[in-house]
Design a protein around this ligand. Sequence first.
Ligand code: ADP
Ligand code: MG
Length: 255
Amino acid sequence: MNDVVQNAPGAVHAAGVSIKDLRKSYGSNEVLKGIDLVVAPGEVVCLIGPSGSGKSTLLRCVNLLEQPNQGTIHVGGFESTDPDVDIDKMRRKVGMVFQQFNLFPHLSALQNCTIAQTKVLKRSQADASAAAMKNLERVGLGHLADRFPDQLSGGQQQRVAIARALSMDPELMLFDEPTSALDPETVGDVLSVMRNLAREGMTMLVVTHEMGFAREVADRVVFMDGGVVVEEGVAERVISAPAHARTKEFLRRVL
Ligand code: ADP
Ligand code: MG
């Protein structure tokens, strides 16, 4: 028995994800051209690559916002193309945080974190509020639970969005450029919440241009370009010594 994990305040039940030969087209535009990617339970993988390379589409396929044309996705014992799969149950394993936080403007931070719990998971209001408060405290915002989105900074709103996702008890978290829309002074707080989540053992697939975060927190970095995985490896190695010319060129522009 691992005491550290057992006693960690936010100890999570983490699932891995396994993607095989994933293909996705919009009309005649093939955006994902056969992606193979495995993220082990508890692993943190940063996905980097130029705009238009298919990173968001890949994440949207993993949480089944998009229907792949071909290929398989395994998450937490579920397989997306299994005809008997319960898509709603599979989707519930996966939490997602977007560049635009998409909070409900007319709901408080707390209510933003309870609404899907009561509507989707059918939790009682009391149970949902307790889980929401626990997760707002986890992202350092317990004291602002009654604020509305327009009374919060961008970084605080994004932390509410993370708390909202965590309140659904996901086993895998997807982040799509979570700090790209933020004022520079609020980026650090969001990255620090993500760093803590990684330490607690959450499986995370993170699209980001924050190379400092990738280097420090990610177990692996995956570089995508033109709908394919061009290069992947240990974060430090890919960032410091990329093997592929296209990775070098990309890093030269973002570092
Ligand atoms: P990235 O996140 O790496 O910038 P995206 O996955 O957003 O890349 O987009 C990859 C390609 O897919 C782009 O050429 C984009 O225009 C196209 N695309 C993305 N979503 C759609 C959509 N809903 N309909 C049509 N084309 C799309
Ligand atoms: Mg994108």
